[in-house]
Design a protein around this ligand. Sequence first.
Ligand code: RET
Length: 310
Amino acid sequence: MIVDPVEMLMKTTSTILGPTSTGAPGATSFPTVVPDLPKFEYAEDAGKRTLWVVFVVMVIASAAFAAMSWTIPIGRRLYHVITCLITIIAAISYFGMATGMGVNYHHIKVREQHQHVPDTTKDVYRQVYWARYVDWSLTTPLLLLDLCLLAGLNGGHIFMAIAADLIMVITGLFAAYGHESNGSKWGWYTIACIAYLVIIWHLAIHGRAEAMNKGGKVGSFFAAIAGYTLILWTAYPIIWGIADGSRILSVDAEIIAYAVLDILAKPVFGLWLLLTHTRMPETNVDIGGFWSHGLSSEGRIRVGDDDEGA
Ligand code: RET
């Protein structure tokens, strides 16, 4: 049986430690500091139920995107494949989180100042869902790839945007396990925010310019969907700052906030992208060769692309 040391500690502290008194009535009163019990911040019913709901939404979205892809030839399915993969990865990550995996406690020592006695520290244990960062390290590059392909960005800029994205997610994970006392938490957070600015730069400057070159319709669709993405993505570091960062939001509220953002950033984004792409031939990415025909297609009688089934 795997025993979670923090769960054990929670059980023992709640039975051993009762209310503490600061001295007998009438005794000369000295300034005293009563040691605080450790504080535990963890997901309760609302949070756990939300994780299950998002898991179901991601499964339904994946099924819908797969079904949409079967209606078009394989050579034009690139966006469908990428977008479906995004919701499949999210479904797997939410399944893990809903069943209590991909999460652990981060121990934070909070310094408390007092008027007449030396400072004390309080122990806080807060759950960190590290599975989110695994999810983001796979799905945010894919979301960016969708947008970069739509804009018609070159390989070099796509590579740099995705590299910045991976740096953002990894340093964001370090921030989640960083310490307040030595500045590592907010230091990592700052590095992640700088990486995020690099992503915005690539989308807003290079992406927009390339999309405009593809014509007015593609240009305005890219401006709309990339603008929507930037607004949503910017909400993530804000939620992080008030949840993991300064612990103003409870773990339940954090789960609910990320759930709303994740649904808007993956299934809603995906549906919008795929429906518009199907109606806009200018957004097609021409992928023949191996993707459509396999390695050694020479000499084979090839059925027309349009006849290829699912
Ligand atoms: C962190 C914290 C550190 C600073 C920054 C962050 C940005 C995260 C972003 C996440 C986007 C996630 C998406 C998920 C889709 O479902 C890591 C929260 C800048 C932008 C789009």
